[in-house]
Design a binder for this molecule. Structure first.
Ligand SMILES: Cc1cc2nc3c(=O)[nH]c(=O)nc-3n(C[C@H](O)[C@H](O)[C@H](O)COP(=O)(O)OP(=O)(O)OC[C@H]3O[C@@H](n4cnc5c(N)ncnc54)[C@H](O)[C@@H]3O)c2cc1C
Length: 382
């Protein structure tokens, strides 16, 4: 049985309803365009993310119709870093930010998208998007529709990356790929306004308060670390991660809200193209910054604003498809290319604990270096 979207014609079709896709859909629907958005999961749902959002996004979210304060977010002003032996460094964050679970944030945005008139199909996984010369055909197996312009905002890695043979998806193992991510929500007596990042061998683990009395504990490490522990996450936490005394304490004192963590694998920070087969890539699908920088969500939201501006002009007939694609690429590069380069450099250091510890020692004595790195990996309010 095909659902109502079959044979429908929309102005714009979006694959993936994370922050990038949802924010884009709302902006374009407000501008008067017919928007269809496909999300393979059903809201609300948990996903791997540190759930700390830089304040550079606060104004944008409010304009979108989602005032962060009304969602009960927690305010975060300080960064705490520890090296793998637990030696601490603490520093005020230049802009600061807030914590909110993706479970709540994405569901609220999805609700707003529906209220704004977006045709939002959940449990609909896009199988392909084909450019026919003048329009695109989007196929989910359940739905099939044609759109004038198509966007992929399907995140770090999707079935379509494999299908379209995007180079990062088949790259050999290197310093920038083959990472895994693990997330828990926990409760306990932890500082409320601090985002902590604790390093361990080949990885780092963050702790930040989200809404209510819940904290997000999320880490990124190499697939190799997990293999060394026979694929046993608990064993990896009690051995490799717990060598950092702060993490040992966190795992011992934190009460887990769910029995099992949410996990993802095959995370890659390799370069990606921002336009593929005339499809605009937005959010992590266009390029992923290392989570250590805590800026991926703001980048996804900001990129949705850049894409909305160009798509609106295209749909209004002011610019051609070719110019739309070129403008988007240029705008994306101008905003994010330098941040991603810095993020990749920082991520590459993770194989070298000696350099990392030396950097942290310098940071303890010269705190402006940490502020400099934070500024280099973050943007301004948009
Ligand atoms: C371990 C870790 C910690 C992080 N911590 C932070 C942090 O603290 N702060 C921060 O700012 N950023 C953080 N990030 C980065 C942040 O999570 C991402 O940058 C952000 O979620 C990107 O948003 P997006 O919309 O591009 O992708 P996503 O939020 O991943 O959304 C993509 C959506 O597409 C859907 N989808 C995929 N394929 C299909 C398909 N074929 N059809 C339909 N739907 C599809 C998925 O189900 C998903 O809902 C972290 C990332 C990791 C891995």
């Amino acid at each position: 049985m095909f659902s109502q979207a079959m044979n429908d014609q929309y102005d714009i079709g979006i694959a993936g309803g994370g922050l990038a896709g949802l924010a884009l859909s709302i902006q374009l629907a407000r501008m008067g365009h017919a928007v269809v958005l496909f999300e393979k999961e059903e809201y609300p749902f948990h996903r791997v993310c540190g759930e700390y959002i830089s304040n550079e996004s606060r104004g944008f979210l409010t304009e979108l119709g989602l005032d962060p304060d009304s969602l009960g977010v927690s305010s975060i002003s300080t960064l705490q870093l520890s090296d793998k032996n637990g030696k601490l460094l603490q520093q005020e964050l230049p802009l600061g930010g807030f914590g909110i679970s993706r479970y709540k944030l994405d569901a609220q945005l999805a609700k707003l998208a529906k209220e704004t008139g977006v045709s939002l199909f959940e449990k609909s996984k896009v199988n392909d998007i084909v450019f026919t010369g003048n329009e695109f055909v989007i196929d989910t197996g359940k739905e099939r529709c044609t759109v004038k312009i198509a966007v992929s905002s399907f995140g770090k890695r999707s079935n379509l990356d494999i299908k379209w043979k995007r180079p990062f998806a088949s790259a050999k193992s290197n310093k920038l790929n083959n990472y895994i991510g693990v997330k828990y929500h926990i409760q306990g007596d932890f500082p409320k306004n601090i985002i902590s990042l604790h390093l361990f061998n080949n990885g780092y683990c963050g702790l930040a308060k989200v809404e209510g009395d819940i904290y997000n504990l999320c880490y990124l490490t190499t697939a190799d670390n997990l293999q060394q522990c026979g694929g046993d996450i608990g064993k990896m936490e009690s051995t490799i991660l717990s060598r950092n005394p702060h993490l040992k304490q966190l795992f011992e004192q934190g009460r887990k809200c769910d029995e099992k963590p949410v996990t993802i694998s095959q995370i890659s920070f390799d370069k990606k193209q921002q336009v593929e087969n005339h499809i605009l890539m937005v959010g992590d699908a266009a390029g992923m910054i290392t989570p250590l920088c805590g800026n991926g969500m703001s980048m996804a939201l900001h990129a949705s604003k850049l894409a909305a501006t160009e798509i609106h002009q295209f749909l209004s007939g002011s610019i051609s498809r070719e110019v739309t694609e070129r403008n988007y690429r240029l705008a994306w590069d101008k905003q994010f290319a330098a941040r991603l380069r810095m993020g990749r450099r920082i991520q590459s250091l993770f194989g070298n604990q000696r350099v990392l510890s030396a950097l942290m020692n310098i940071g303890r004595r010269l705190p402006f270096i940490i502020s400099y790195l934070v500024k280099k990996t973050h943007g301004k309010p948009f």
